[in-house]
Design a protein. Structure first.
Length: 132
């Protein structure tokens, strides 16, 4: 679920799957910064390596969620790269506006180029017709 870049993701799932990623990154940061104060030089390298590995994994997972959410809005996943602009202090507002749009805009009804509507409850794999 976290490393799939195909398909669509509705608002609720985008939000709910993003919460654990945010918690992991936050806890990882807190643990790393607290341990760095008392760690030896070798320990510092180990802590920073673990921190950056978890950060990379969570970043790829977050990018996957964002791409699938953009697909639900019938937009290309390449727009997710606009979030890189948040590293430039002068133009942080652009990724912020895009982030709010991704979080709150309703997805497109019906299927689109990227897949079926994730809220279309008529296509469950085990509906009444498939059981008979």
């Amino acid at each position: 679920m976290y490393f799939n870049f195909k398909g669509r993701l509705n608002r609720l799932r985008y939000f709910l799957f993003g919460i654990p990623l945010s918690i992991i990154v936050g806890l990882d940061y807190l643990i790393a910064t607290n341990k760095l104060e008392t760690a030896s030089l070798t320990g510092t390298y180990v802590i920073m390596t673990i921190y950056f590995l978890l950060l990379i994994i969570c970043s790829i997972s977050g990018l996957s969620l964002t791409v699938r959410r953009l697909h639900d809005l019938n937009l290309t996943g390449w727009l997710a790269l606009i979030q890189i602009l948040s590293l430039i202090p002068v133009i942080k507002i652009i990724p912020g506006i895009l982030g709010l749009y991704i979080l709150f805009a309703p997805g497109k009804n019906d299927g689109n180029y990227y897949g079926d509507d994730p809220l279309d409850y008529d296509h469950y794999p085990f509906d009444d017709e498939s059981i008979e």
